[in-house]
Write a protein that binds this ligand. Structure first.
Ligand code: G3P
Length: 216
């Protein structure tokens, strides 16, 4: 399973890149707003830092506007994936941009039927939001299971990109279900390293090593 980091914070992306396990980045208008910086500056720094796919989202909700913004974003670098909302216009833009050879990530997916529409339009990625479904007492990971099964049934090439991840258990469940990608907030990615027995074991190894003759 690929790991993307779900942030527009360049410092966080830099730290995740340094770990050597990062496959890509997803951003959205909210994450960009949180940085307090201009989108033009943020995206150009991210594109310099990351070789893998970087999702940049359109903000014009008309079909023509999405196509114009999508083409402009795609021209910024070969890593760019154009993020489009799961609306009628977004799906039409997905089909058109896909036909032009531009990679797409269809976002704000909350049902398996929506995911079917994105796959039929040739989306590179579909982004179902598991955390926001859990927030309203629906089964976020159940949606991932449905989409993975439906895409397998028909051999769709669209990759399931689990989004709105809130905790490490979401990642474990996504991996067990065979989702292609998880996009993860930096804080949750960092949590994946932690286990108390790793810390205790390491502490003991270092204590014992100090007892070995000739070692400081
Ligand atoms: O990037 C889309 C998604 O991951 C947003 O997550 O936490 O705002 O529901 P969240």
């Amino acid at each position: 399973m690929k790991f993307f980091v779900d942030t527009a914070d360049v410092a966080e992306i830099r730290r995740a890149v340094a770990w050597g396990i990062l496959d890509g980045v997803t951003t959205n208008p909210t994450l960009v707003a949180k940085t307090g910086r201009r989108f033009e500056d943020v995206r150009s720094e991210i594109l310099q830092l990351v070789q893998g796919p970087v999702s940049l989202e359109v903000t014009d909700m008309t079909l023509e506007g999405m196509l114009t913004q999508g083409r402009q974003l795609a021209a910024l670098g070969k890593q760019v994936v154009v993020k489009l909302p799961l609306t009628r216009e977004g799906i039409a833009a997905c089909k058109q941009l896909t036909d032009e050879g531009i990679r797409t990530n269809v976002t704000l997916c909350f049902s398996a039927n929506q995911a079917l529409l994105a796959a039929k339009a040739g989306a590179t990625y579909i982004s179902p939001f598991v955390g926001r479904l859990d927030d309203i007492s629906q089964d976020g990971m159940g949606l991932i299971a449905d989409i993975v099964q439906i895409y397998k049934n028909y051999g769709f090439a669209t990759q399931v990109l689990v989004a709105s991840v809130r905790h490490p258990t979401h990642i474990l469940q996504a991996a067990k279900l065979g989702a292609h990608v998880c996009t993860v907030p930096y804080k949750v990615l960092d949590q994946l390293f932690n286990h108390p027995l790793t810390d205790l074991g390491n502490e003991q190894f270092l204590k014992d090593w100090a007892k070995v003759p000739g070692q400081a």
